[in-house]
Design a protein around this ligand. Structure first.
Ligand code: HEM
Length: 372
């Protein structure tokens, strides 16, 4: 009875065979999602730091105002990077989990569609901040505030969709109660801590990036670099501390059977959980100590820890996803018809794209006029 109910409510997997074995596509999903997260953190976290700096700056030569001016210039390029690096995981996610992801997208249709429209306005907002800056006069702060809210909305829609796709038992009730695509996943206890965890993590990672930027400026003799390092490391340190607590809230909000996976039920998942906690504490301690060491402080260790932590979190997120879907999701049974040429093309373009971005950032770094 229960099986029939589930098989009628969960669409069959796509009839077309996968273009590569599922584990390969999963690996590419996680890899491209990591790249998306890095860009998204720089964008969203950077904009939140900009907003706070803009509100604190009292005059054009106030260090807070100069900080806001500097970061605002980066945001249009970061939107492009975030969106482009979002397309790849979106395609992998749809290929692998279309049964779930498309269903939740339909249930929250209007919210999901809104992402496109909201993104366009948010993108304009970053251009206005970057190109017009103080020329916006009294509108500068409200437009920045609205831009941040719009990007927060986009992220919130992603968290809604990524959690609703796991709640197969809710779908029928939601759809038959109202089929207009107006649902969100607000009643899910994991929604808020998961979203908050993402947003605070974005501010922490953006803070670390800001510290790097400030350090480079400082080493090149720009007096404003020291302030960037200080603000960046403050954000990195304190947001990480708060995020350890929010992360535990997220954990407690998961159903008991999934929590058990991290408490010995699955040795790999439990190890990840332990490593994640230790890394979180380590990031906090290293950030705290780095704050005391001045603007030339070396940042390699906290950065390496942060990247490993992001990989651990992405892996744990996948354990949660599999924990929710369990027997309902069997990618090993999907038909596969490997498209070797396309895979090789994708790999070459991905590596080429990453190298191009590294080259562009290096050119920017070398040609940066630090008097601006
Ligand atoms: C520019 C603003 C954006 C922000 C702030 C943002 C933020 C986020 C956040 C917070 C998540 C995690 C959701 C969760 O699991 O709880 C996420 C996931 C994701 N985002 Fe973005 N995103 C943005 C744009 C995009 C765009 C335009 C795309 C696609 C073209 C995209 C593709 C994805 C995908 C596919 C995932 C889920 C990957 C997975 O579950 O494995 N994002 N995003």
């Amino acid at each position: 009875m229960i099986t029939t109910y589930l098989s009628t409510i969960i669409p069959a997997p796509d009839a077309l065979p996968l273009p590569a074995p599922a584990p390969v596509l999963f690996f590419l999903l996680q890899l491209t999602f990591l790249l998306h997260l890095l860009a998204m953190n720089a964008l969203l976290g950077g904009l939140i730091i900009t907003l706070v700096a803009r509100l604190r700056g009292k005059s054009p030569d106030d260090p807070w105002t100069q900080l806001a001016d500097a970061i605002a210039k980066t945001s249009p390029s970061l939107v492009a990077a975030t969106v482009n690096l979002g397309v790849a995981p979106l395609l992998f996610l749809q290929t692998l989990m279309g049964q779930f992801f498309f269903t939740s997208s339909i249930l929250m249709g209007w919210g999901w569609f809104s992402v496109v429209v909201v993104l366009i306005f948010a993108y304009y907002g970053t251009y206005l901040q970057s190109f017009k800056g103080s020329g916006l006069g009294k509108w500068q702060k409200p437009i920045l505030g609205a831009t941040v809210v719009l990007f927060l909305w986009v992220g919130f829609m992603f968290t809604n969709n990524n959690t609703l796709m796991l709640q197969t038992q809710k779908w029928a009730g939601m759809y038959f109660a109202d089929a207009r695509g107006l649902h969100l996943n607000l009643a899910d206890p994991q929604l808020w801590p998961r979203y908050l965890h993402m947003v605070l993590g974005a501010v922490a990672v953006a803070g670390l990036m800001l510290a790097w930027w400030g350090r480079v400026r400082h080493l090149r003799g720009d007096p404003r670099g020291a302030f960037m390092v200080k603000v960046g490391l403050d954000n990195f340190t304190w947001m990480t501390l708060v995020n350890i607590v929010v992360g535990l809230w997220f954990f407690m909000a998961l159903p008991a059977d999934i929590r058990k996976l991290f408490m010995g039920g699955d040795p790999g998942a439990s190890a990840m959980f332990g490593i994640g906690l230790v890394l979180g504490l380590g990031m906090f301690v290293l950030g705290f100590l780095a704050r005391l060491r001045g603007p030339s402080v070396r940042l390699v260790m906290p950065t390496a820890m942060t990247i490993v932590q992001m990989i651990v979190m992405i892996t744990m997120r996948d354990v949660v996803r599999n924990g929710f879907l369990g027997e309902l999701y069997k990618p090993a049974e999907f038909a596969v018809k490997t498209q070797t040429l396309n895979l090789v093309l994708f790999g070459v373009l991905l590596v080429g794209g990453i190298l191009t971005v590294v080259w562009m950032v290096r050119r920017l770094y070398l040609s940066w006029d630090h008097t601006q």
